[in-house]
Design a binder for this molecule. Structure first.
Ligand code: CA
Length: 233
């Protein structure tokens, strides 16, 4: 076991952390659990952590505060565990500095898969911000890298959440086609019943904002009133 593959699980609910550690070990990762923000910071300062799974609701502080503090000294990838929708909005806002999130109750298998993807993207510090160099597919000004789960626009890598990435991929694969909110929901979300149509609108909005950063003069996602959205390039 390589030392740098230690996954730090910051979670105060033993039934969740036990499951998670079990799942991580089964897939060849070494995992370690702490139950407070204070311990998490101590552990991280000691080094040797490849990725942090961080619960938002901790006994001594919030995961958001812990994340901010971590970002003061480390770019280690962070996946949030969250139980509430309002928290997702904050994570999506990216002011927090997290890399991804999963909602409770979650599938351990899925979380471990995401740990793997994030670790494959790069080895910690700074790696997430680097532009993609591998060969992918080109759609007009967009570049889709399925291996790295990345999309760039005008050669700038878009800093997308998992659902934004999936949504943009769905659009890119069907240029010019109008997709209803329902179609998007079923193609993008694992449990479409659990998320409303407003979730689709919220993600379109955040996706547009991120695309504007790379391309201020052009709107790629068009709204078709009463029907849905399409992507034109
Ligand atoms: Ca908790």
């Amino acid at each position: 076991m390589r030392q740098q593959d230690t996954i730090l699980v910051v979670e105060d609910e033993p039934s969740i952390s036990d499951n998670l550690i079990f799942g991580l070990k089964r897939e060849g990762f070494s995992g370690e659990v702490v139950s407070t923000g204070f311990e998490a910071i101590e552990k991280l300062k000691g080094g040797g952590v490849a990725l942090v799974v961080l619960d938002v609701g901790l006994p001594d502080t919030t995961g958001f505060e812990v994340c901010k503090e971590i970002r003061g000294f480390s770019q280690v990838p962070i996946i949030f565990l969250t139980a509430r929708n309002e928290e997702i909005d904050r994570i999506l806002g990216l002011e927090i500095g997290g890399d991804d999130y999963v909602c409770k109750p979650f599938s351990v298998r899925e979380l471990v898969a995401r740990v793997r993807v994030i670790l494959r993207r790069g080895n910690g510090a700074g790696a997430l911000a680097e532009p993609s160099e591998s060969v992918g597919e080109v759609f007009g000004p967009f570049h889709l890298d399925r291996e790295r789960y990345q999309i760039s626009l005008n050669e700038r890598t878009l800093n997308l959440t998992r659902y934004e990435y999936r949504m943009l991929k769905v659009f890119l694969e069907r240029p010019g086609r109008v997709l209803t909110r329902e179609q998007l929901m079923y193609r993008v979300w694992e449990e479409p019943e659990a998320s409303g149509e407003r979730t689709v609108d919220a993600h379109v909005k955040s996706l547009r904002a991120k695309m504007r950063e790379a391309s201020p003069d052009r709107e790629y996602i068009l709204t078709h009133r009463g029907i849905g959205y399409s992507l034109e390039f």
